[in-house]
Every structure is written in C-alpha cells, then in structure tokens.
Design a protein around this ligand. Structure first.
Ligand SMILES: NC(=O)c1ccc[n+]([C@@H]2O[C@H](COP(=O)([O-])OP(=O)(O)OC[C@H]3O[C@@H](n4cnc5c(N)ncnc54)[C@H](OP(=O)(O)O)[C@@H]3O)[C@@H](O)[C@H]2O)c1
Length: 385
C-alpha cells in the first residue's frame, strides 16, 4: 500500500490523482492533502478522504477549515504546511502538483527525506534542477516525472544504455495558436489563450501551452531528469497529442510512446511504478481511424521556446529567472493587465536585464526567483493598464 501526500489536491492534477486513488483502493491511500485557496472543494476532499494531515495557503482558511469539521486532522498552512504534509511520518509517496515556484521547497524537502516524489510541478525542476538532483541523491528516494512527455521518456529509456541514446524528443500540441499568423497571435485574448485544443489543465499551464513556454519548461525539465544537454532534447509539434515523446538511438532508429491524452495515465504510472495495471482510462482504441502530423516548431511565432533553450544553455540561475518572469507575466495576462505578446517581451527583457549566477544552493535560487519577480512586476506595472 502506498501512502500519499497530495500537494495541490484541488487542482487539475490533484483531482485526477484522487480519481486514480479511488480506482486503486487496495494499493493507494491518502495520508495528507494540501491546497491553496479553494477551501470549499478542499473541505469536500477532507470529508471524503479523511487525511491525517492537511494544509491550506493561509492561516485564516486553515482556521475556517477547523471550524467546519467535528474532528479536525493535524492542520497547517503556508509553505511550511506543504512541507509538513510531505514530511508526515506516515507518508511514503508525494504527489508534487502545486503550480509554480510555490512548490519548490516542499518538493526539495520530500526528495531530501527519501520519499517517492511524483513531480508534476515542473517549475521546481526548472528553477532548482541541480538542487533537486542533489536532494534526491542525499535522500536516496525516487523522482518520477508526471508530465506526460517525461513519463513517456521514463518508460522509453528504462534499462537503455546511455551510449545508445542520440536524443529525446518531446511532442507539443502546438496549442490553440498553432496555425495562426504572427499578427493574430500578437493580439490574442485571454479566452482564446485558455481554449486549449487537446488538454484540460489549470489556467497557468494552459497559457504556457499557448505561448509554447510550457514546452520550453519541459525541455529544461527533460535535461535535468535525464542528464541530457540542450542539443539532445528536441521538440516536435504533433497536434493530436497521442504520441507523447520519442527516443532517437545512435543507429538512427526511433521509438515512440502512444497513449490517450489523459493525465490519469502518467499519474498512475508514477504512483504504481513499476506495476502496470488496468486503471480509470480505457485501453487505446485502434479501431478508430487516425491521422497524425509532425512539424518543426516555429520560433518566430513562439519565441518563448527559444528563450527557454537560451536559459538552459546559460545555466545557473537563468532558468529560475525565466520561470519567475514568466509566472508574473502570465498572471498579469490572466488579470487583463498586459497583452498576450507582452508575456514574451517581459521574459525576454528580464533575461537581458538580470545576470545569471551559479545556482549553488536553494537560497541563491530563491534570491534569483525574487529578483526576477520584482523586475517583471515593475515591467508589468509600467506596461499594464
Ligand atoms: N494539468 C495538467 O494536465 C498538467 C500536466 C503536466 C504538468 N502539470 C503541472 O502540474 C502542476 C499543477 O498544474 P495544474 O494544471 O493541476 O494546476 P491548477 O489546476 O492550477 O492547480 C494548482 C494547485 O496548486 C495549489 N496551489 C497554488 N498555489 C499554492 C500555494 N501557494 N500553496 C499551496 N497550494 C497552492 C492550488 O490550490 P487552490 O486551487 O486551492 O488555490 C491547486 O490545488 C503545474 O506545475 C503544471 O505545470 C499539469
């Protein structure tokens, strides 16, 4: 039986994780739940799953939760609360599915404590990749990637000798603007950016998919997870999102991983690894006619993908600067303060203005994160309406 802490339980990945737990009551149980501000859904989850330990973003919401329950579990709040859930003595597996750099410290703490950490929170690998690897080594636990492309690569690369791998390739749906001309992309609205053609996800990652920054973050994530330099992590646009990743071998052949585009599949893979059992997603239906397309990404219309490669090449704190400026710009776009094309302008400007430093410890990475946030917030305030 795996005993879970789900960090970000009210989100898209968090709720899908609970669906997977519901499908495997003999193998998975919930010990701890943590969320941000959606206290009504969280209360429902706490009533249903009866976790021993819970956390919300604010003390006020944690106090409200206590007032709603006859017998309150161990109760925490804030970033310390996320850590308390991950480190609870009965937890052996952590689903790290908080969005953004807010998930960084709890992911690191869980790795350092030797848990199995299923990382959906790609930002923590992007921002603190080397530190996460060190925490994993120190703790002696496991790091399994939930992102569908990386879960696919984890399966494709299993037991392959490193010298046989020429490159890995992540597929990208291309987002809602895949076929739009540049001028139309530049004027895209919030509603258009949130209208993803193949995946249902939280708002931040949906906007990142429209700019292709999501793929850029995933390139950095793949480089961290599989120890491959930027020239060995490619991106191919595949609008149907059925092939999730490919591995190219030194003999010129490729292997591809195919499955339905449902996050419950990679979530279950990580939670139950190495077991493969029937779960909540039906087997792939090959009786349907399929037409798949593959294209190279267009960096002129989607410059954030190029900026992510540049940050990976620069190394040190550059990916943290990239991520923080992007989080601020995307939040500004979702709030209607800046336009869609301003997201790339804000990130590009922050990367030019702020120097990349070596990322020796967590505090240096968090300093870079804060500096980029301040800078980008100033940019959004000056630019925004
Ligand atoms: N959705 C996908 O299909 C998908 C696929 C691959 C990877 N990912 C990655 O998975 C992560 C989660 O994505 P998502 O789509 O599930 O996002 P989401 O739907 O926006 O959910 C985010 C979760 O994080 C919680 N949260 C946010 N800030 C917090 C804070 N300061 N303290 C505690 N909890 C906080 C939210 O709580 P409240 O809602 O209660 O405020 C919510 O539970 C992201 O890093 C994303 O890139 C997602």
């Amino acid at each position: 039986m795996r005993r879970l802490a789900i960090l970000g339980s009210t989100g898209s990945i968090g709720t899908s994780t609970l669906d997977v737990v519901a499908a495997h009551p003999e193998a998975l149980s919930v010990v701890a739940l943590a969320a941000g501000r959606n206290r009504d859904l969280f209360l429902e989850q706490v009533r249903r799953w009866k976790p021993a330990c819970v956390s919300l973003a604010s003390k006020e919401d944690a106090d409200w939760l206590r007032s709603q329950l006859d017998r309150a579990p161990e109760l925490h709040w804030g970033s310390e609360g996320l850590k308390a859930c991950a480190l609870h003595g009965d937890v052996d597996t952590v689903m790290a599915s908080v969005v953004g750099a807010a998930g960084l410290e709890s992911t690191e703490a869980a790795l350092r404590a030797g848990r199995r950490v299923c990382v959906a929170n790609k930002e923590s690998l992007v921002v603190g990749g080397a530190l996460m690897r060190r925490a994993l080594e120190a703790g002696g636990g496991e790091l399994l990637p939930v992102d569908s492309e990386h879960a696919a690569l984890h399966q494709l690369l299993a037991d392959r000798p490193p010298e046989s791998i020429a490159e890995v390739r992540l597929t990208a749906s291309g987002g809602p603007f895949r076929e739009w001309p540049l001028a139309r992309i530049q004027a895209a609205t919030r509603e258009e950016a949130l209208n993803h053609p193949t995946w249902k996800m939280g708002p931040k990652i949906t906007v990142d998919s429209a700019t292709l920054m999501n793929k850029g973050l995933e390139v950095i994530e793949a480089s961290v997870l599989f120890g491959l330099g930027p020239d060995r992590v490619g991106v191919t646009v595949h609008a149907q999102s059925q092939v999730h990743a490919m591995v190219g071998f030194t003999d010129g052949t490729y292997q591809l991983q195919v499955c339905a585009n449902d996050m419950k599949l990679p979530i279950q893979y990580c939670l139950l690894h190495p077991q493969k059992v029937a779960g909540p997603v039906p087997a792939y239906d090959w009786t349907q006619a399929r037409a798949w397309t593959f294209e190279a990404p267009d960096l002129q219309r989607f410059p954030l993908l190029g900026l992510a490669y540049a940050a990976l090449r620069a190394g040190g704190t550059a990916p943290a600067l990239l991520n923080a400026a992007n989080e601020v710009a995307v939040a500004g776009f979702l709030q209607g303060r800046v336009g869609f094309w301003d997201i790339q302008a804000c990130v590009s400007e922050a990367l030019q203005a702020l120097p990349s430093e070596p990322a020796r410890d967590l505090s240096q990475v968090l300093d870079a994160d804060r500096a980029a946030r301040r800078h980008a917030e100033g940019w959004v305030a000056a630019r925004g309406h």
